[in-house]
Design a binder for this molecule. Structure first.
Ligand code: FAD
Ligand code: SIN
Length: 535
C-alpha cells in the first residue's frame, strides 16, 4: 500500500537517507559519518522542529554517585509493567552513560551544582536522582542545539528541510532502495522527488497528534510508523500511548499542542491536590506523586471524574527558586495567567509518548530489509507498557549509535530501481479534528470495549472519505488514520489493563497477556495481527 502522490520529478542519491532531525535522526546521521558514508537527512519542517527541542525534564543515565545501570534497569522494568524486552533495557541502561558522555563531548552543556558536579534530579518511577537537565527545563533545546551544530559542521551530511517523506521505494523482493518525498523548495528540487539509498532510517518521532490534546508539536503525526506499516513492516505495542499526567489545562475546546508541566517539578517537591485540597497521591503508591506516569495519570483521571472537573491542581508554591529552575514552564504559566510561585496550576493528562512503534531488533533493523527505525518511531521493547521518564532522549542517543554501526558493517550494494504497482490511499484532510476527538473520547486514558468499538466505527466511516488531490495535509491525515486504526485494534484485542493501557471493563492485568501485539499489512493491503511472548 502507498499514499497517493504525484510522479517523482527529480532524484537525489546518498549512501543512507535519514528521515527526521530530532535526537534520533541527528545522532544516527553523525555516527554514520564516522564510517565515511554519505548521508542525506530529510526533515519535514525547519531542521529544529520535532519533540526533541520541547523536552523539559532531562535525560536519565546512571551517572550519579552510587547509581548503577542495574538500578536504572530495575526502575525501567517496573515502569514497563512486565512488557519490556529485558535485553533492550540492558542495552539502554548500560550504553546510556557513555552515550551521554559523547553528547557532552559534542558540546551539550548540562546544569551543574555550585561544586561543579552535574546536577541530577528525579522524575516519576525513578528511585534515585539520575536525570541530567539543561537550562533548568530546556534540556531538549540544548540537546538539539549541540547535535545540530555538529551536523551543520559536517559537509558529508546533506540536509533538505521542508521535505516530507511519503513512502519507501522497494524492489519486488521487498528490499528498500530509497523513498519518495515532497519538498517545498526551489529550482530543481521542488515537489515530489526520489531519494535513492542503500539504507533508509526512519526517525520521524511520535504520533501525539492522533489525539486532540497532546504535548507533541504539529509535526508529530506518526508519518514514519505509518510509512513502515504500508511498506509491510511489523509494528508493536501501539496500544501503549503514554498520557503525561501534568499538562497545563487551559480549555477543553483547544486542540493540538498544549504546554507541559515537567514531572521534574514534582521531582523538586511539587504535589498534586484535588478540588478539596487533598493530596490524593499520598496513599495511592509508595512513591506518591512520583509514582510511574501511568499510575499518576490514572489517579488524576479518577479524581477528575469523581469531582466532575476538567482538571486537578499542581501545588508548586513551595519551590522557592521556581523561575530560575523552571524558566520555560514559568513563562508559559505566566502567559496563561498563572503565577506558579503563588497559585496552584490546573493540570490534566494529555497524550505524550508512543511507547510502541515500528518493531526493531537491538540494532534498529525493522522486519523489512534495508529499513531501520530509531527513536520514538521505533519499538525496541525498552519501554514495555509504559516508558520510564527521561528514557526517550537516551534511547535516541543509544540506538542511533547502534544503527549507524550496523549499517556501516552491513550496508549492501546499490539496488536497481523497480516500479511496483500497489494499492493507494489518500484521506480527506477535513476529517482531522473528528478523528482526533474520536480518539481522545474513545481510546484515551481509559478505554472499554464499547468506547473502542464506537471509535472503530467512526474511523471506518472516516476511512470512506477518500481524496484525490495529494497534499501535505492529506498525507498527514492518511497517516493519522492508519495509526488510529492500529491503536484501536490493539487496544480492543488487549483485554486487560497494563501500564498505560487502561480498560475499565478489564481493570486487572493478566499473565495471559504477557505478550506483545504485533500488526502489519501484506502486499495486498490485508491487515494481520499476531502475538509474541515477551523476552
Ligand atoms: P523528534 O524529536 O520528534 O523528531 C522527529 C523528526 O522527524 C522531526 O524533525 C520531524 O520534523 C521529522 N519528521 C516527521 N515526519 C516526517 C516526514 N514524514 N518526513 C520527514 N521528516 C519528518 N523525553 C525525555 O527523555 N526527556 C524529557 O524531558 C522529555 N520531555 C518531553 C517534553 C515534551 C513537551 C515532549 C513532547 C516530549 C518529551 N520527551 C522527553 C519525549 C522526547 O522528547 C521524544 O520522545 C524524543 O525527543 C523523540 O526524538 P525523535 O528524534 O525520535 O523524534
Ligand atoms: C517531563 O519533563 O515530565 C517529560 C519527561 C519525559 O517525557 O521523559
Amino acid at each position: 500500500m502507498k499514499l497517493l502522490s504525484g510522479v517523482p520529478g527529480w532524484t537525489v542519491t546518498a549512501d543512507v537517507v535519514v528521515i527526521g532531525s530530532g535526537v534520533a535522526g541527528l545522532t544516527t546521521a553523525l555516527n554514520l559519518r564516522a564510517s565515511g558514508l554519505s548521508v542525506l537527512l530529510v526533515t519535514k519542517a525547519q531542521i529544529d522542529e520535532g519533540s526533541t527541542k520541547w523536552a523539559q525534564g532531562g535525560i536519565a543515565a546512571a551517572l550519579g554517585p552510587g547509581d548503577t545501570p542495574d538500578q536504572h534497569k530495575k526502575d525501567t522494568l517496573i515502569a514497563g509493567a512486565g512488557l519490556c524486552d529485558s535485553k533492550a533495557v540492558e542495552v539502554l541502561v548500560t550504553e546510556g552513560p557513555e552515550a551521554v558522555r559523547k553528547l557532552i563531548a559534542r558540546g551539550a552543556v548540562f546544569d551543574k551544582s555550585e561544586s561543579g558536579e552535574i546536577s541530577l534530579t528525579r522524575e516519576g518511577g525513578h528511585l534515585r536522582n539520575r536525570i541530567l537537565h539543561a537550562g533548568g527545563d530546556a534540556t531538549g533545546a540544548e540537546v538539539s542545539r549541540a547535535l545540530l551544530a555538529a551536523v551543520q559542521e559536517d559537509s558529508g551530511i546533506e540536509v533538505i528541510e521542508n521535505a516530507l517523506a511519503i513512502d519507501v521505494l522497494q524492489n519486488s523482493a521487498g528490499k528498500v532502495y530509497g523513498l519518495t518525498l515532497h519538498v517545498i523548495g526551489a529550482g530543481s528540487r521542488d515537489g515530489v522527488g526520489r531519494a535513492l539509498a542503500r539504507a533508509v532510517v526512519i526517525a520521524t518521532g511520535g504520533l501525539g497528534q492522533v489525539y486532540s490534546q497532546t504535548t507533541n508539536p504539529s509535526v508529530s503525526t506518526g508519518d514514519g510508523v505509518a510509512l513502515a506499516l504500508r511498506a509491510g513492516a511489523e509494528i508493536a505495542d501501539v496500544e501503549f500511548i503514554q498520557f503525561h499526567p501534568t499538562v497545563l489545562w487551559r480549555d477543553e475546546s483547544l486542540s493540538g499542542q498544549q504546554p507541559l508541566i515537567s514531572e521534574a517539578v514534582r521531582g523538586e517537591g511539587a504535589f498534586l491536590v484535588n478540588n478539596k485540597g487533598e493530596r490524593f497521591m499520598k496513599d495511592k503508591h509508595p512513591q506518591a506523586d512520583l509514582a510511574p506516569r501511568d499510575i499518576v495519570a490514572k489517579e488524576i483521571f479518577r479524581q477528575m471524574k469523581e469531582s466532575n472537573s476538567p482538571h486537578v491542581w499542581l501545588d508548586a508554591t513551595g519551590i522557592k527558586d521556581f523561575p530560575d529552575r523552571f524558566p520555560t514552564i514559568y513563562a508559559s504559566c505566566l502567559e496563561n495567567g498563572i503565577d506558579p510561585t503563588k497559585q496552584l496550576i490546573p493540570v490534566s493528562p494529555a497524550s505524550h509518548y508512543a511507547s510502541g512503534g515500528v518493531l526493531v531488533d537491538l540494532v534498529g533493523r525493522t522486519t523489512i530489509p534495508g529499513l531501520y527505525a530509531c527513536g520514538e518511531t521505533a519499538c525496541t521493547g525498552a519501554h514495555g507498557a509504559n516508558r520510564l521518564a527521561s528514557n526517550s532522549l537516551l534511547e535516541g542517543l543509544v540506538f542511533g549509535t547502534r544503527i549507524a554501526s550496523d549499517i556501516a558493517q552491513n550496508i549492501g550494494a546499490e539496488i536497481a530501481a523497480e516500479e511496483i504497482a500497489q494499492p493507494t490511499l489518500l484521506i480527506d484532510p477535513a476529517i482531522k479534528l473528528t478523528l482526533q476527538l474520536a480518539m481522545s473520547q474513545g481510546a484515551g486514558v481509559m478505554r472499554s470495549e464499547s468506547s473502542l468499538r464506537e471509535t472503530l466505527a467512526t474511523l471506518e466511516q472516516l476511512g470512506t472519505r477518500t481524496f484525490t488531490q495529494p497534499c501535505i495535509e492529506a498525507w498527514e491525515v492518511s497517516n493519522l488514520y492508519l495509526l488510529a486504526t492500529a491503536i484501536v485494534r490493539a487496544a480492543l484485542a488487549r483485554t486487560e489493563s497494563r501500564g498505560s493501557h487502561w480498560r475499565s471493563d478489564f481493570p486487572d492485568s493478566s499473565d495471559k497477556w504477557l505478550q506483545r501485539i504485533i500488526q502489519s499489512y501484506d502486499v495486498n493491503g490485508d491487515w494481520h495481527m499476531r502475538f509474541e511472548e515477551v523476552k
